[in-house]
Design a protein around this ligand. Sequence first.
Ligand code: NAD
Length: 496
Amino acid sequence: MKSAKPYTILVSSLLLLSSLCVHAHKTPLITVIGTGYVGLVSGACLAEIGNSVICADIDSSKINSLKNGIMPIYELGLTEIVMHNVTQGRLTFTDDVASAITAADIIFIAVGTPMADDGKADLSYIDDVIETIAENINSYKIIVTKSTVPVGTGKKIRARLENVFHINPQLFSMASNPEFLREGLAVSDFLEPDRLVIGTDSDTALVTLCEIYEPLIAAGIKYVLTDIQTAEMIKYASNGFLSVKISYINEIANLCDATQADVRTVAYTMGLDHRISPYFLNPGPGFGGSCFPKDSQALVYIAQQEGLPFSTLQGALDANRVQQKKAVEKLSRLVNDYNNETLLGKTIAVLGLSFKANTDDVRYSPSISTINELLAQGAFVKVYDPIAMPNMQRIFPSITYCQTLYEAAQDADGIIIMTDWDEIKQMNLAHIKQLMNQPLLVDARNIINPEILKQLGFTCDNIGQSYLCKKQTEYVHKLVPIHLHRRMPFIKFCTK
Ligand code: NAD
């Protein structure tokens, strides 16, 4: 066992290790524990690159569905990759977690690490898995945390296995291999990641993990080899940074609304600066999903435990809470301006429920805050989402779920667009307007051209381009490069 001295190597120089991996003799059997968004995608993709994988989960109904070819989550390309690898005999599913541990050479832990009440990461699912591993460990295993876990978790797992369960330290190695996939693009993100991170203090684990990822490494994917705590921190630091970036552009958008500036133009031009990059500069209704809110909160908690301030990230979280109320605040103002009324007794359609397009995940979705706020102000809420309604039904069983977005718009006194689904971008706005009781629309994703909305007779608002919704005059085009038009089809660069 090497010492835990931190070392970080950016990898073109690690061809030697790759060749070591290639010549290793036995193909290791991988068990992935937890078959959710990360576990299922990771298991299927590890099989796709040639490994033998068992996906294990305590949720028997989920496993039974998978055995029948039914995916428990909506993710582009997942069904195909699962079916292909099951057919090839590289991927199996089981609810017998103990047997899957016994059989494994490498155990990836991919169970949830949700937010506890005080903001820290709830590691109870991880603890349960470690107990099951301790009860069933029968030969040398590499135990890898793929779940997002606080810095120090790998060390704590080792200490628990050794000191609480009295497992011989020679019987296992610890590693951290955080996952960076994005829901909606999970399969392609796993197979073509921006980077692969492996943290371990064991040479055996390092070589074996390089071996199972060899096809990605050989394809030139950048990888970083480091110690466990640095790997754990990389994941939190990345998600925290993205949260700050989103909250920053959201607050710029709010400032644009107050000053009649155009946030799309601001964001696009900021993004031309390579130090900033054009990504994650889309203003909207606040960030949500199963990762950014909880990981950011957990990182602030870790800083507090260390007695260190983390005011940037705390600020991003505070700003996000405000932003998640923005859409209702804007609709309430439209209703008031339209007929001097409040949202009390009004029927409001919420279009889009998942925290972003192309996923059915509603965890911490800004739609939840929006619906709560609408209900608190006495509105009747109708909703539509192409995929995510069954998941939202568990949170709000009593609101009205519609089969189409036109059904949601029928007799509505206002619409809020919460998710950038293609179906919502492409809806027939003229028909929507005819169906509505009063034509008020807040586009919290900036996916509809306000000029078109105004021409159709809507009164509208959005995030950071409010001036386009209000202004009646024709805009004068400036010379705009053609690629700019394509990126932002409804943006007019204008003299105001
Ligand atoms: P999830 O809730 O979708 O899946 C977790 C699965 O673990 C569930 O199927 C559950 O039944 C199973 N499980 C719980 N306890 C178990 C046990 N004792 N034995 C076997 N199975 C058990 O969670 P997720 O979204 O896949 O997230 C998993 C981890 O990956 C989290 O730490 C998360 O932060 C991290 N992560 C998630 C994403 C994402 O986009 N969802 C991306 C990167 C990292």
